[in-house]
Design a protein around this ligand. Sequence first.
Ligand code: ARG
Length: 550
Amino acid sequence: MNLYKHVSESINKKLGATVNLEVPRNRDFGDFATNAAMVMAKSTGKNPRELAGDIAEKIAELPFIAETSVAGPGFINIKLRDDFIWDAAGAKSDTTASEIKKIDLDYGGYNVGKALHIGHLRTTIVGDTFNRIAKSLGHKTKSYNHIGDWGRPMGLIIAWILENGMPESAAELNKIYPASTARAKEDEAWLQHAKEVTAGLQAGDAKYREIYDAFMKISLAQMDEVLRRLNVLPFDATMGERGVAEYVADTQKILESKKLLVESDGAMIVNVKRDDDTAPMPPLMFRTSSDTQTYAAADLSAIYYRNKTDNPDIIGYFTDSRQNLHFNQVFRAAKLADITQAELFHTGFGALTGADGKPFKTRDGGVAELLDILDTATDAVRERVAAAGKTLPDDTIAAIALAAVKFNDLLHDVRADYIFDPNQITSFEGRTGPYILYTAVRLNSILRKADDTAAAKMGEMTTDERNLLIEILDFERTVQSAFDNRATDMIANYAYDLCQLVNTFYHNCPILRDDVDSATRTQRLHIARIARDTLTRAIDLMGLVVPDEM
Ligand code: ARG
């Protein structure tokens, strides 16, 4: 059940008005509170405290309310019945949204012939979690890996391979683009050659195409390996700049028919500036003066393609915030040309920095590769476990490191910069992935040991048991809000709050201890089980893997 929604809607119905329902930080006085009396008193000129008394009495008539009370100038505190909380938390929880949408999601967007780097970490993790959230609400998603597989970089790589032969591994392949680019900077003839190869490839040259297909295979395998290690869902479509090249002509026709395409110094642009813009809004570059397909043309044509094939209600993008302007331009052009009716959104991330606040670099000062991050975290976990005098299997170490990296990535407001501190994120305490896993492992272990099949009946409930159940009943609302606000951090923070309540419950409410009577044990095991199930759902949304032991 979505508890908040249930309580809020019931009260609104009862009072025949929409009231503002708050969740107090401290639940000593009530599970919910409302300032409705104070708001209504203002408009009716009544005494707020008196009015609060009347409203509180009415609310108390609802069957799931234990009591209401008036505090201060007219606040109403609302306490729910224990048996209602117990039953609601024990009932099947269903997150299906009231309106199912078709959603195209664009994240990943790796580049062929290059290693995945640190900039691809967040798009992958946040994009994947958003996809999982949408799916859990019943939405029909299609994830696109809009890869960079076209244009000058391809010519530079092919030219190099023509001279030096096909690389044997991804590691070798990854070196080619930087080397060829460096050479093109110094050697005008090489640059010219690379340009010709690029044009040849795009015109369908068979030899170039054969080389392209061969290193593409190496690249895609490399991407798959990273995706596997990150435990993200496979992409539904890997269709990037080359794939959409086919649709550029159609897109261009639409722009022309709407008189949106303008010539400017030999290039073709779309003016997307509006009169009320306060920030600079340069035109979208559709084709360069040297007649090459642009990054913007690819994205605009991708929207055209997706609209035609998927007819989505929403198209969402997850990239770093340096692309904010780009997507703003593309969205404006798409709407001006009426290429799609879909709602378009772009979530731009802040940067990942080292503990010193500077962009995260490798030890030798280079751009960190994505897997370096995971390796660094894995080393930190291994050291920590050894320091605690424990030994854990490698796949457990890997699962903990993955949780550390992913949780840290999801925890922060996506728009903000955030810090990658291997030591901090691998701690087993505090707002960290390992803490979340540890709590899940603990619950699993209790439930495994208990082997109790008796049906639970509610007896006396302690505050800790009650608080935990109420948090569990906030799961559905959290998933819905995370989706509505495109805020994956809500899931991470929810998981943390839930774990804290689980651990307080565990600490204060013994379960398996000998002096606990069997009815209490069964009741607590029941609570532990629903807590475990809810935590598992949150963990699944984040794509973490729970080990057997920690
Ligand atoms: N390939 C680009 C990069 O690595 C990101 C692509 C983002 N997605 C998109 N539809 N433009 O920077």
